[in-house]
Ligand binder design. Sequence first.
Ligand SMILES: [Zn+2]
Length: 301
Amino acid sequence: MHLPSEASLLEYVEKNVDVLEDELHNAGEQWRQLRRRGKDLCFGQYCTHARLMEIAPEAFSQVRTILNIHQVGTVHLDIFSIRRAIQNVFIAGMGTSTLYGVAGAYDMFQDNLTAAEVGVGATICGTVAGIIALIASPKRKRGGHYDYRKRLIRIGLHREAVIPEITAHEYTHHIQKEHLKMTPIERASPLIEGPARLVGGIVARNFAERTNNPAHVYHYVRRVAKELTNAYVQLCRRKRMKPKKNLLREQTYLNLLLGFNEKGFGNYYDTGTAVMKIATAKNGQHILEQVTKNDFSFLEK
Ligand SMILES: [Zn+2]
């Protein structure tokens, strides 16, 4: 174990419940304001590989500045492509029906099946395999993902406006891999996801301000409102504490809208966002740099 235990992080959230409540209130306000600006939000086209190659270097450079880490190894980039998805479906479908056809031909030879039966069977199997290929590997279709082994950032199918936030989040994981002492199990830790969430948010806000397009922060604001709400509800449950009425009202409202608590109790994304929101509200943004450089002294403050 290199990272502080989850119990110590939950304790930190408990100790700072007033800060969490403020942050949750702000997050709810920001989310409501953003939704009111519906017409001003410009999400743009679905991001292509070429556009990703233009947007990502700027997002990466901002992440290095935020974390004050400038020695970073090469990272590879990949984006979900509709053309490639169609190819995969085609290959899976054709491959499976060919295999069925070969096996069926043997049965035909043994007089167990007729040619028509083999044809129908091959078509059904090919179609099923194609559908499975289409719905498989959801990580490639939505959100982003960092492959620690291949040093590869995979981006799902997204509009251009949310790309800076997602690429900055995943690039933070790349830097964490290089600088943070952690075991493979600890990759699913609040102190991995929390800083990545906040760094992605800062980059998204920079893009939003420069282009005067709030769509850049949409994904971030929505996620933070959701994660802080979950963290607060979980804290109240643990401590058998009554949640503040205005925050609870918000929770119910947002819950209905977004399907909160979908991941259940004690999710490390929720805890991570809560811990880092509290820590940066109390001490400033440099906590993100400290955490990435293995300094967790903020937990004692
Ligand atoms: Zn992440």
